[in-house]
Structures are given as C-alpha cells and as structure tokens.
Design a protein. Structure first.
Length: 293
C-alpha cells in the first residue's frame, strides 16, 4: 500500500510517495520516492499578491506529472496542501479549481497554524525528552512556524509571515519580525534552558554542510560560522565554487538569518535537525486517519 503527499510551497513543490508498512500491530511508512520542483511561486505571490499565467501553467504541468506518477505507483490515498504563497495569491482559489479540473488533484490551501500542527504530527514527541523544553522551528519560503514544547506538551504555537523568499523580495515587515520576537520572549522567558528543533530544506542543507557526527545538534556558534562563510561568497560563487543548487544558493542566507535570530532571542545553544517536514507529517496524518477509522 502506498500514500502520497504534495506540498506546494513558496520556493518549491514536493511530492513524497511512501510505502505504508503494517507490522506487529503498528503502522509506519518508508519513503519510496521524493521529487522537488523549484517553481518559486513566492516571487509572484509576495510581490504582486497574484500568480502569473506562467507560474500557473508550470504548476498545473507539475501537478499533472505528479498525478501520473501517483497512478503509476498505484497510490491509494494522498493529501495535497498549499501554504504561504497560495494563501497570499488573490487567484489562489481559482488555481485550486483549475488543478482539480486539469490535473485531477484535490488541493487544499491551509493556514499557517494547520501547517505547524501537521509538521509536528510527524510524531515529534517520540524524540522529545519530557524533562526538557524545545522550540520547534520550521522555516519556509513564505512563513516560519514556531511551536514550544515543555514536559512533552505543546505550550504555544504560531505562524509568522517571515520566510526566505519574502526576505529576498523585501516583503518581510518590521511588524512581523517584532511579533515573532515578542512571541518568543513571552513564551520562553520562564524556561532556563531551551533546545531547538529545526526543519525545512535550508536547515537540512546547513546541517549537511556542518558535517556533525552521529546526529549531534548544530550549535549556535557553528551555524553562525557557516553563515559568515557562505555570506563571504557571491551568489555565483556559492553555486560554482561551493556547489549549491541555484534555487538553494540565495535562500540559504536569509534562512540562516531567521534561525540565528530565533536562537539568539530564545537563548538556544543547540539545534537538532531530524530532517523531516510537512510532507512527512501529511503521510503520518493519513496513517492516523486509517488507524482511527
């Protein structure tokens, strides 16, 4: 049995096809195929609040390809969610209708709050120490989701319109930055020590660059050092010399800035990077729905 998850983000569109395995009265999934297409919908959405015909056509072509792949893989169930860029596009609902008609994919534009809840549906609690406090940080192209856990319980969660594409397009406002900083201060000041959990394509890449052994956490000092190193290169040199993909080489700098700002305000010295994200949470949600039927 196979399930699939489609995540239409501000920077890229992803398809995860997962094998669902039932063993010893438990159900879990194993990743089979993961595809990523860098459509950069956020460039239109955040600058014009509207997706152009070119972006729409590219998105529909991608969704049609995903539909064909899901059919070939005999996917039994799927979820397709769109996040920040589609939330802000004034023609978002029209695009959802076209994707259903032309690609036979039922797409839902979800709120930032639902996005956060789905991400930590990836059974994040299994990696938490009930005696410690964690700030879960998911940084995307259009938004950043923060969730604070203490004693194994979700204490506070909120989504902020701060993301890598927004920063590159100069569409990040002081109001949103201040709101995020105040949220962090208000909800973390009671805790002496907080550990971080980071997700998203950029932090996964930064963690790979850090080459930490045995899944050790990424320290604030190490992340800051990597940031200065990357920022010392031009965009072209980050691609040609450091070997970063073109659609990663620019967004990785503002991603560093977001993570470093959050870690500094929350006084987080260690950031764990479990390398899962929205698509993993979507597959887990499908499994939970199957279990609860």
């Amino acid at each position: 049995m196979r399930y699939a998850a489609i995540d239409i983000g501000s920077n890229a569109v992803r398809l995860l096809i997962a094998d669902i395995i039932e063993s010893n009265n438990s159900i879990y999934f194993k990743k089979n195929t993961l595809l990523r297409v860098p459509l950069r919908l956020g460039d239109d959405a955040f600058l014009d609040n509207y997706l152009s015909d070119k972006k729409i056509n590219d998105l529909i072509k991608t969704m049609s390809a995903f539909r064909n792949l899901m059919d070939v893989y005999k996917v039994e169930n799927y979820l397709a969610f769109a996040t920040s860029a589609m939330r802000e596009a004034s023609n978002g609902n029209e695009i959802v209708k076209r994707i259903l008609q032309e690609a036979s994919i039922n797409l839902e534009i979800i709120s930032g709050q639902k996005e956060a809840s789905i991400i930590y549906a990836s059974h994040i609690e299994q990696m938490l120490d009930n005696e410690k406090n964690y700030l879960y940080i998911d940084v995307g192209g259009g938004s950043t989701e923060l969730s604070l856990f203490s004693a194994g319980t979700l204490v506070a969660s909120k989504s902020f319109n701060i993301g890598t594409i927004r920063i590159l397009d100069n569409k990040d406002s002081d109001e949103n930055w201040n709101a995020m900083k105040n949220f962090i201060r208000d909800n973390t000041r009671q805790f002496k020590t907080i550990l971080g959990i980071g997700t998203g394509g950029n932090i996964n890449k930064l963690y790979k660059i850090a080459e930490e052994p045995n899944k050790a956490p990424l320290t604030f000092a190490k992340l800051k050092s990597i940031y200065y190193h990357l920022n010392s290169y031009s965009l072209r040199d980050r691609i040609n010399i450091l070997g970063l993909n073109q659609d990663r080489a620019d967004v990785i700098i503002p991603a560093c800035e977001i993570f470093l700002t959050i870690m500094r305000i929350a006084n987080i010295k260690n950031l764990y990077v479990p390398t899962f994200g929205l698509v993993d949470g979507m597959i887990q949600s499908l499994i939970e729905n199957k279990i609860n039927k």
